[in-house]
Design a protein around this ligand. Structure first.
Ligand code: FOL
Length: 213
């Protein structure tokens, strides 16, 4: 069983993007993303699984995301990854033409050249939707969401939204319901101190949350 963790920063109405990029630039929030997705015991690595639009949205100087196994999904079989920027420390990148084959590879560690610690789904909207719909009986399942809730301003100009995972609750669809973990549980899982309560950067208020099911 591959447990998957979604990591996302989203407004109160679930806005996550605007004009093919993040609607905000919050350096401490981004540092949290980088730290939590990179932290792995010696000799292992985490994976970051992303859709093609998300891959293209990452600045050239940060991709492939260093110290992580990058997996990019594009259903366009002609799609090619551009050669890596030589200034970025080499990190492995795999290109897959479906979520199924990407997840199958993750659940067969012998097919990977590195030892995997945790796997993160880093977006965008369609990958969040597809992975949230996986059933607990499948061999991959999203059991955790690291949500940075952007509280204000509203960022009403967003043009990409993540699915409202908290409203997809209940046993009707065969999925267990979500529970917000206490801050101590988030820190314990992260393995480092995470700022608690409402954070403010450049006039933007947000909060680090962890949800589990
Ligand atoms: N989750 C959270 N909490 N915040 C985000 O901004 C976020 N962004 C994405 C997915 N989940 C998220 C997708 N977008 C980079 C850029 C865009 C992006 C994800 C990552 C990026 O360049 N990351 C670098 C750090 C760059 C820096 O320090 O400014 C990295 O090494 O992770």
């Amino acid at each position: 069983m591959t447990r998957l963790t979604i990591i996302v920063a989203a407004t109160l109405t679930n806005g996550i993007g605007q004009n093919s990029r993040l609607p905000w630039r919050l350096s401490k929030e981004m540092a949290y993303f980088a730290k939590i997705t990179s932290s792995a015991p010696d000799g292992s690595m985490n994976t970051v699984v992303m859709g093609r639009n998300t891959w293209e949205s990452i600045p050239a100087k940060f991709k492939p995301l260093p110290r992580r196994l990058n997996i990019v999904i594009s259903t366009n079989k002609q799609y090619e990854l551009l050669p890596a920027d030589a200034t970025v420390p080499a990190a492995p990148v795999y290109l897959h033409s479906s979520l199924d084959t990407a997840l199958a590879r993750l659940s067969h560690p012998e097919k990977l050249e590195v030892l995997i610690h945790r796997s993160f789904i880093i977006g965008g909207a369609s990958l969040y939707r597809d992975t949230l719909a996986l059933l607990p009986t499948a061999d991959s399942f999203v059991d955790r969401v690291l949500l940075t809730r952007i509280l204000s301003p509203a960022f009403e100009q967003c043009d990409v939204y993540m699915p409202d995972f908290l409203s997809q609750q209940g046993s009707a669809n065969g999925l267990p319901s979500w529970r917000r973990a206490a801050h101590a549980e988030l820190q314990e899982w992260a393995g480092f101190e995470v700022p608690q309560g409402i954070q403010e950067e450049k006039g933007v208020k947000y909060e680090f949350q962890m949800w589990v099911r």
